[in-house]
Design a protein around this ligand. Sequence first.
Ligand SMILES: [Fe+2]
Ligand SMILES: [Fe+2]
Length: 170
Amino acid sequence: MGIKQHLKEELLYKSKLPTRYFLVNAKPSVVIDYLKASHWRYEYELIPRIEQNFTSLIKHFPQLPTLPVIFNLFIKFEVSLKIHMAIEEEGIYRKFLEQKNCNHSLEHVHSEEHEEPFLAEIISLIEKEPCAKNTFCRVLITQLKRFEEELLEHAWIEENIINKRIKQLK
Ligand SMILES: [Fe+2]
Ligand SMILES: [Fe+2]
């Protein structure tokens, strides 16, 4: 990603208002539409972009053998995030829309997979790399940090709006 594109995204990011306050009082269908759109964007926009930048960074620094190892960790994160999102859409999102409580088996499956996949470890590993001050590496770190912040906000909404209301239905 070029620097110009990077600045454009930075502006877009800063202009975004916190959504949680709006969603707390929104209809269930609005909340679910928002969360599903976020899932889509993670899978088809953010993750491919980050993957691309990882690949060019690895090409740029072939002398750093740890970069492909960190990239592998990112791929693992990506796989567990995709599983996590699919389980949410089939489980709690549906229950929330129908305003029914989770049945026991569903809850069981969900609790095993419900650990939110986060990026903090991957970010701190890249920050320790000798290339960390390189512009392309900094762009990648910024992207990952933004993604992490978004995931935290997303998880807050799921925990405080969806899970809370489902528990209240019991
Ligand atoms: Fe989610
Ligand atoms: Fe989640």
